[in-house]
Design a binder for this molecule. Structure first.
Ligand code: BF8
Length: 660
């Protein structure tokens, strides 16, 4: 895709859309406080003769692996005056070609993304084990889900505690090995029909996950694999592993914290209550956040003593999505709202667990009274107090109470002169969708075969297909608007749109999670959403974008696709379904995208990943892969072009199924 860098700049030039976000950014600018937007703008200035980030790094053509380097390679679209090395010797000092270098860098990125999701899952496996042993502050909330998972994994224990222990043991072996060459058990749970296809492609992990991470990392080290195809195969295999980690996390979170509930809530900075102690829970690992919600109820008297009217716990990023989905708690927003949250001067405690936490928060809290609290061993920050969750009920209750107390104490130091709430109101939203909630509604239409009404709707063209809008929001394009423009274009074409993570936040800020927004959908989809809303006993239609939760909840969508594919007797790769990470930022988003590709789901990205320097990698992922997995990578920065390519792919898959 030529001109991607210019197209990113074009999108970016449109600026921050009017509304709450722009108001807070401008307020912070007036107070000389920089945020991610200002840093991005600085990179857009003339910088080393470039109009953007480093022309080599942006294409994946900078290798810093060894101490002979760094080495940078040029391809045709790197500006002529920067091509320091003649094409004839266009290789790194050790001899890497552009293809080796890009594939190596892509694998390294995927390793980090997968490791992050594995880390999340491993913590939950330990927690489940502690629950089984009866030592944890948490307990099994969804016995049916635990029983179903135990059965799927071959655990035959009779009591809830023994089941929790048994499931934790199987998963520990899946993750840590040794498994003597047996395929990962959870892959069969996640994708039984796909398993043999994935085995043939050598994409099923046959070792402990941790051992795989070591092997994959080893293969990227200096003087190791230079076969770009092998590196790409590793990358997709780690994508499968990443999907396993997501699914394990979602399953255990549902078991211990409960399944999501459909309900209404709110997104925006006005989720903060100037009269209350505001505690923001941010990150991805929700168990301690749940305990903080509980502890906040018990801290009412302390808050009143401090002059507040109570304690208000609100969410941010994916921990925010988790407490939104289960408790209907309000959310401030997503990755690009975290700095701004502190900029309102109304956050008393910013509690972060893991992932997507900007290091800039450490310096930002210096301008305000906000207490920054870290809670997990993997994430420590300057200027933060560390309050770990602990491993016993007593330790966890103490930690939650301490966090709330830190918020109450900070409230006493709040400078009311610095408080700022934007004039634009936030948006109401409907959230809490999952496979279970969808099936519950559909089973009211057909109790014996709940998926049939949805399959019929796809078959008769009421629904063109399903698209998952996932991943981050990015300052590299016009923030939020790639997701929103794609969502609007797709719902008009009667596509069932599901959103997770920050993409769901972008849709929420645009009002697309409101039932009334169904009016923007095509007539056929509009009718279906209204009928489903009525069947569900809701006052109106379902919204045109269904919020399926956090980024680990992308596994819920995989489970939905698996159920549909099983019911139809085809592979997931045959379904008219596409994933889109229109504003991807993190390594995790890359890992999820690789997992989707491996499972046969075509994936769109709207910010060019750092692979564009390798013709081999681009051609393999965007074209040749289709012969192997039935899926391909679509790189399209312009949202209109992206929506067009996504629709074309849905129609191609429909044709493959013999549908119009
Ligand atoms: O995991 S979408 S910025 S917050 S990585 Fe992070 Fe990207 Fe947001 Fe949730 Ni997902």
């Amino acid at each position: 895709m030529a001109g991607w860098m210019e197209q990113e700049l074009e999108q970016r030039k449109k600026g921050i859309p009017a509304g709450q976000v722009r108001e807070v950014v401008e307020h912070m600018r007036q107070n000389q406080i920089d945020t991610v937007w200002d840093v991005q703008a600085a990179y857009d200035g003339e910088f080393l003769g470039l109009k953007d980030r480093c022309a080599f790094g942006a294409r994946g053509l900078c290798c810093r692996n060894c101490e002979m380097g760094p080495c940078r390679l040029a391809t045709g679209d790197v500006p002529q005056h920067l091509q320091l090395i003649t094409p004839a010797i266009n290789r790194s000092t050790c001899g890497k070609t552009v293809d080796d270098m890009v594939a190596n860098m892509l694998l390294q990125t995927t390793i980090r993304g997968t490791a992050a999701h594995l880390g999340h899952a491993l913590h939950l496996v330990e927690l489940l084990s502690e629950v089984g042993a009866g030592t944890s502050a948490l307990a099994v909330k969804d016995e049916a889900k635990l029983e179903a998972l135990a059965t799927a994994l071959g655990v035959t224990a009779k009591t809830s505690a023994a089941r929790a222990t048994g499931v934790a043991q199987v998963l520990r072996t899946d993750f840590n090995g040794p498994r003597d060459g047996a395929p990962m058990k959870f892959v069969a749970v996640l994708a039984p029909k796909e398993a043999s296809r994935l085995v043939k492609l050598e994409l099923v992990p046959h070792k402990g996950a941790c051992e795989l991470i070591v092997e994959a990392t080893h293969s990227t080290a200096h003087g190791m694999t230079n076969a770009a195809f092998k590196l790409l195969q590793w990358t997709l295999k780690l994508g499968v592993l990443d999907m396993v980690a997501l699914a394990v996390s979602t399953e255990i979170q549902d078991i211990l914290l409960g399944k999501p509930n459909v309900g209404t809530s709110h997104i925006g900075f006005d989720a903060l209550d100037p009269a209350k102690v505001n505690i923001v829970v941010h990150g991805h690992y929700p168990p301690l956040a749940e305990m903080v919600v509980e502890a906040a109820h018990a801290a009412d008297a302390a808050a009143r003593n401090a002059g507040a009217t109570g304690v208000n716990v609100v969410g941010l990023c994916c921990t925010g999505n988790e407490i939104l989905m289960r408790h209907g708690l309000k959310t401030l927003g997503n990755n690009l709202q975290q700095e701004l949250a502190i900029g309102t001067g109304l956050v008393d405690a910013m509690v972060v667990d893991v992932q997507c936490v900007f290091p800039s928060l450490s310096s930002l809290v210096g301008h305000f009274h906000t207490k920054l609290v870290t809670t997990m061993g993997e994430l420590h920050m300057e200027e933060a107090v560390h309050v770990p969750m602990g491993h016993t009920a007593e330790e966890t209750h103490k930690a939650a109470a301490k966090i709330v107390a830190l918020g109450v104490e900070a409230y006493g130091k709040r400078d009311k002169g610095k408080a700022f709430l934007p004039k634009t109101p936030g948006k109401s939203l409907m959230a809490g969708f999952s496979v279970e909630t969808l099936v519950a509604v559909l089973s009211k239409l057909d109790a014996n075969d709940p998926l049939k009404p949805l399959i019929d709707a796809i078959a008769n063209g009421t629904v063109t297909g399903a698209v998952l809008l996932a991943g981050c929001t990015s300052p590299k394009v016009q923030p939020d608007m790639s997701h929103v423009a794609i969502a609007k274009a797709l719902i008009k074409e009667n596509v069932l749109v599901i959103a997770t993570g920050c993409a769901a936040g972008a849709c929420a800020r645009a009002g697309l999670l409101q039932p009334e927004a169904a009016a923007q959908a095509g007539d056929k989809l509009k009718g279906l959403l209204a009928a489903l809303g009525k069947t569900a006993g809701l006052p109106g239609s379902l919204p045109p974008v269904l919020h399926f939760g956090s980024c680990v909840d992308n596994s819920r969508v995989v489970m939905l696709l698996k159920a549909l594919a099983d019911r139809l007797g085809v592979g997931v790769d045959k379904l008219p379904a596409v994933a889109s990470a229109a504003e991807l930022v993190t390594e995790k988003a890359i890992a999820i995208g690789c997992g989707a590709l491996a499972l046969g789901v075509t994936t769109h990205v709207g910010v060019a990943p750092k692979v564009m320097g390798s013709p081999f990698v681009v051609t393999t992922l965007a074209k040749d892969l289709e012969q192997l997995t039935g899926s391909k990578l679509i790189v399209a920065v312009d949202p209109k072009e992206a929506a067009g390519e996504i629709l074309a792919e849905l129609r191609r898959k429909r044709t493959g199924l013999g549908l119009n």
